[in-house]
Design a protein around this ligand. Structure first.
Ligand code: ATP
Length: 313
């Protein structure tokens, strides 16, 4: 496939007897944001470590533009930027000096280094804090400085490992703005998270990982389309619904399930537009809804459907 930037094939990695990554394959196209979603311990950090050439895999290959990435493949590794889960900053060194250190590691010097430092600080919204030390920064600002450091060498692919853990909501939004700007510039991103809302918001392709394996690899619309119920209707009635009527409701076309009792009911719908038909059906039988709410299926539902477990467990 011509537009594939990163091709991850059959990765495996064990720590002692624990198989952390167990035959993982997926790819990232140019300009695409791939969300790696999975619970804590699923293997995301290990996958990211192998992709960015920090960890050796026991088996499998990682190709960037057809060239192998490995702990010894320096030229290819340089085309990847990694924002690790653990912050790597010198707290009492001004932000700009931190960046110069990282830049020097990438071989940047003099005017080129100064130019890149200014550009990345601007991009992450820290240009006016260049001379301040990270110890005066919020968790989110430190994270943004880390993102800046990973962008100094203009990578083709930026990998972010849980970049919003421990970050306040305002800073979280600032991080999203930075990432949106990077997406706009055509950069490919790999974003790991166990926060489904974030992955839903950012990613145009989602790889769900659990116990070191890929459970799903698709765009969000495809993931939702596979669900038996893509929406839910919660309805509260003025008078209790009989068991007989509830059973009748469950038999209506497009209804995936009915649960509840007395005044409050939840109806799982194959499609959200069926909510109107359900409300009409109830009203035709003298059941007056006093309150109702509909909700679309979320990635949480996809995970639950795939594993039988909640991602938040
Ligand atoms: N250095 C290590 N030594 C031993 N076991 C490890 C090591 N690193 C990770 N593991 C184990 O490998 C499995 C996968 O861990 P990994 O950190 O890749 O998952 P994760 O999805 O990134 O989770 P988290 O978000 O909590 O970091 C876990 O069971 C973890 O305990």
């Amino acid at each position: 496939m011509r537009d594939v930037l990163l091709d991850v094939r059959d990765l495996a990695k064990a720590y002692g007897r624990r198989q952390a990554v167990d035959g993982v394959s997926f790819h990232v196209r140019r300009g695409q944001t791939v969300g790696l979603l999975g619970p804590n311990g699923a293997g995301k950090s290990t996958i990211v470590g192998i992709i960015s050439g920090i960890l050796d895999a026991d088996a499998g290959t990682v190709l960037l533009d057809g060239a192998a990435v490995g702990t010894r493949g320096h030229a290819t590794r340089r085309r990847i930027g990694l924002v690790p889960q653990d912050l790597a900053l010198y707290d009492d060194l001004p932000a700009i000096e931190n960046l110069k250190l990282f830049g020097a590691l990438y071989g940047l010097k003099n005017a080129a280094l100064a130019g890149r430092c200014a550009a990345v600080l601007e991009l992450v919204g820290l240009a006016d804090r260049a001379r301040d030390k990270p110890l005066t920064f919020s968790g989110g600002m430190k994270r943004r400085l880390n993102i800046a450091a990973a962008l100094l060498h203009e990578p083709a692919l930026l990998i972010l490992d849980e970049p919003t853990v421990g970050v306040d909501p305002q800073s979280r939004n600032a991080i999203f703005e930075t990432l949106a700007a990077l997406q706009g510039s055509g950069m490919a991103l790999v974003y790991t998270s166990h926060y489904m809302e974030e992955v839903e918001r950012l990613a145009d392709h989602i790889v769900i990982i659990d116990h070191g394996k890929v459970l799903a690899d698709a765009n969000p619309a495809e993931l939702y389309a596979r669900l038996p119920a893509r929406a839910a209707l919660h309805v509260e009635l003025a008078a209790p619904l009989s068991g007989e009527l509830a059973a009748g409701l469950a038999r209506l076309p497009g209804i995936a399930g009915v649960s509840g009792e007395s005044l409050a009911w939840d109806v799982r719908l194959e499609d959200g537009t069926q909510a109107i038909a359900v409300l009409d059906w109830l009203r035709d039988r003298g059941q007056v809804p006093v309150h109702f709410a509909t909700a679309r299926a979320r990635l949480e539902d996809v995970f639950l459907d795939l594993t039988g477990r909640s991602l938040r467990d």
